[in-house]
Each structure stands twice: as structure tokens, then as C-alpha cells.
Design a protein around this ligand. Sequence first.
Ligand code: SF4
Length: 351
Amino acid sequence: MAYYIRDSLHELAALGARRPTINEFFLSSYTLSIYNGCEFGCPYCDSWLFSDRPLNETIRVPLDLPERLAAELTEVDRGDLIALNTLSDPYQPAEQVYRLTRRSLQVLADCGQPTLVLTKSPDVLEDVAILQRIHEQSLAVVMTTLLTTDPRLASQLEGKAPPPALRLEMLSELKRAGIPVGVAIVPIMPYINDTDGMLRNLLRACAEIAVDFVIWDYLHIPNRRHRMRINEIVTRLNAYPASYYDDIYGDQPVVSALYRQERNSKMISRCDGLGLEIRAPHQLFANRLAPNNEAALFLKHMAFRDRVNGRDKIAALHQKLADQIYEGVIDTKALHQSPFYPTVGPILGLP
Ligand code: SF4
């Protein structure tokens, strides 16, 4: 068990600053980290980079967070979504003791603030009534991260988190309760969970329970310390030498563009074949977010598919328009050039 430090936020804000661009994976304009540290301690997690102590050993518990959040929400647009998805799992074991996530969700529900929760823990089901209250007013989405359906690999990669089968059951139950659900296949790790068979099984499992959407992204290796941690996982889990990563990462933090392009194409065609949405579908957030956010997300989601299919020019146009619209700048002339004007124009109240 981790060591809990009861603390306060001190001079820190509960919410981060409004994002400069809307997050197309999580639909978010703001992120909210409830606990500082994560007892699940998955070795591939980016949060290790931001922790001065082992991520899973010391958990700071900011007891005043819900009250501070309530005060900060007075300055937040009710059409901006807040994602509980950063640096720690909001339903890690500390939540059973301190209930900061529950109290924060109650604050969000009191305001009807659109909210997304990313968690690996079925404990989120204990708060389904609060999520329903949010969803009745605006939008509540729950996502889980899944790297594999193979229980053995999952226990090697993230043994302290609830197993994949439980997470899938959790999503089914949330769906039955009327809460939209998504799966984040993050990270896809070369030589570990990126084989065709593994990804096929994972997407099939998502399709079987009819998740509303999936997203995916690739392992990020931003510094030498993280690279050593990843090398250790690669060596421990399979017969590949860690040096294989040099071929596809070189000294870069992101995997090569060629690798991403090939994987993205395959993932899209598999999802299409299974009837799985990539990124949250428009009808999921239509009329539930601020119009500018809705339009920006719609365009960004279309741009992703166009980019992967090699339609770079139109993808760049939609990406740029999306970022401008999110900031409140509407270039009607450029917007008229978009084939999606008939959808986006009315969202923005344009003729
Ligand atoms: S549960 Fe999420 S936040 Fe916690 S260590 Fe694992 S990946 Fe990181």
C-alpha cells in the first residue's frame, strides 16, 4: 500500500489553464488531476516523468480540492469539458478512503459541467448516479485504457490495475446506465502490444460490448530515464533486445512517422470493418458542448482520417480551422471552402 500524505493545494490551482487547443482524444478544454501520484504505478506511464519520488509509493491527497474546484468553476464556460485524465487515476485505492473524486464530480454535477473520466477501476460504478446527473444536463463520458486483452501480458504491464476483463465489464455496465464509453489504446508499444493479432483481439473485444469509440496513441519516450524504464520492460517481457527500439525511435521521443502511418491505416481499416468509431462520434457530443468546441472537434476528427488517408491539404485546412474556431476566430471564407460547411456552418449559427 502506498503512503498517503494529507495535504492542500497550497498556491496551485485545481484546474490547469484552459488548453490552447481542444483535446481531440478526450474532448477537453481543461484537465483535472485529483490525486498526486498513482498507486497503480504502470511502468510505461508518462506520470513517472513528473514525479520526484516513485509514482506509486507516495500519494498526495489535496483535501481542499473540491472546494477550490467549485470556486474556479465560476470562471469556466459551461460548454467546456473538464477531463479527469491526467497524471493519476481518479479511482486509485486512495479514493476509497478520501472520496475526492466523488466530491469533485458532485461539484461538476452541481454546475452541469461536461466531464470525462479516464480510469482503469470499476470503482467508478459507485458514482454512476452523479455521472448520470451530469449527462442529463450536458455530457458525461467514461473512458478506460486498454493495452491488451491478454491477462498475462496485462499483469506484467500493469499488474496493480484491475484486469482488462473487469474494465470491459465496467464499460458494459456504464453503457447500460446510459453513460457513453470509450477505450484509449494508449500506449501502443512496439514489440510489446502492437502485433496484428493482439490489436485485432483488442478491437474485437471493444466491438463486442459496443463501446462508443476508441482512440489510440503511441509510446512516448521523452527522456533517457524513461527510455531506460522502457528498455527494461522490453527486455523483461520478450526476446527482443531493447536496441530494436533504436530502429524505430532513433533518438527521437516519438516513434517514426512510417511506423505511425502504417499502424494508423491498419487500425482505421480494422475499426471500419468492426463498425467501431475512431474518436468520439459527432452525435455523442452534438449540442452538449459549446458550439465552437463542437465544431472544432468535428473538424479535428475529420482531419485525422484525412491525414492518414494521405489527403494532407484538406486535413491541414480542417486542423487550422478547428484551432481558430476553438479560439473564437471564424474565417467564414475559408470555412466555405470546406466540404463540411453544411455541418459546421449551422453549429456555429452561420447561414
Ligand atoms: S493508472 Fe494511469 S495514471 Fe496511474 S500509473 Fe497507470 S497509466 Fe499512469
